[in-house]
Design a protein around this ligand. Sequence first.
Ligand SMILES: [Zn+2]
Length: 178
Amino acid sequence: MRELLRSGGEDPDREGLLETPDRFLRAWAEWTSGYAESPNEILKTFDDGANAYDEMVLVRDIPVYSLCEHHLAPFFGVAHVGYLPRGRIVGLSKLNRLVGAYARRLQVQERLTTQVADTLFDALNPYGVAVMIECRHMCMESRGVRQPGASTITSAMRGTLKTDAKSRSEFLNFVSRR
Ligand SMILES: [Zn+2]
């Protein structure tokens, strides 16, 4: 860290920067704490009592804070996660935790999207899963092609949400409703 600071022309010994390497490492540990989490563990305990519920469950605007693995630059935005239960449901906060467990790693947005979809699909065995993630990438906005405000949208559909146009458009309607 001190080398990095020096390489940009800074003096790592000036007062404002003395504690920075330590602070950075503590922050870094938090930003990458997803490696210590087991997404399957998060989804393990099923809430019961929804056997008759077979309509779509959707949690919208789950905050995403991640780091792009190519530039170690933040990308951030929201995730929308929906599924069509087949007997098993999961506490809604678990969807939030699932996204966080994968987001707090070095990522590319495409992989983050498919990991959330596949884990949910495997763990709950639902009829279908849909995940849509919209993020702004600092590596794109503030350098390189410099496209301020541009957001990147990725999606992953599994099961009937992939094969059935009606389910898919229901998900998209829910997601876009404001
Ligand atoms: Zn990047």
